[in-house]
Design a protein around this ligand. Structure first.
Ligand code: ZN
Length: 183
């Protein structure tokens, strides 16, 4: 079973008077380390310190997963020298692209959850404590925002929110801490 750890709870500019960073999450499975949304951050040292708390460095990250192509989620994408990148389009390794069939490991899959943006994807992770959906800005925080003024397609977003809550026991939103899913 995979393990999930929130390295940093994100925050949104609507709460902070302009500062914005995604929630940054570490997923471990079968000796592989996945970092979800490396965010913006005031300093890249913060990510190094958070990894250090788990005896890891940026060189230990095998895969960087990007939930969607908004800058507050991917500005630090270049910090991980060994990592492949997985996003809506598929796998990126150095300058080569190939499609992803949605399966990362037996316990980790990628599903499309459009609406906040057309390219929003959710990492679905099976852990000992249940299924965790790391969903980017499908939700910014628990039950928030009611109406997403940044959404590109509101009906799709409603459907994606329904899907995320249906398949998961826990949700890690784009700009807040993990919470239990209740539909
Ligand atoms: Zn965001």
């Amino acid at each position: 079973m995979a393990e999930v750890k929130v390295l940093l709870e994100g925050y949104a500019s609507t709460d902070t008077g302009g500062h914005s960073c995604s929630t940054i999450t570490l997923v471990k499975d079968k000796g592989m380390n996945i970092l979800v949304d490396p965010g913006t951050l005031k300093s890249q040292d913060i990510i190094k310190e958070k990894l250090g708390e788990h005896d890891m460095t940026t060189g230990d990250i095998d895969i960087v997963f990007i939930t969607h192509s908004h800058m507050d989620h991917y500005r630090n994408i270049g910090m991980f020298p060994r990592s492949r990148v997985l996003d809506y389009w598929g796998w990126w390794e150095s300058d080569v692209w190939r499609e992803c069939d949605g399966k990362v490991t037996d316990d980790i899959t990628v599903i499309k959850t459009p609406g906040h943006s057309y390219d929003s994807v959710t990492l679905v992770v099976k852990t000992e404590n249940g299924t965790v959906a790391i969903c980017g800005d499908v939700f910014w925080k628990k039950d928030y925002p009611e109406k997403d003024n940044f959404a590109s397609e509101h009906e799709q977003l409603t459907e994606s929110r329904r899907k995320v809550l249906e398949i998961s026991d826990y949700v890690i939103p784009g700009h807040g801490g993990m919470y239990a899913a209740t539909d």
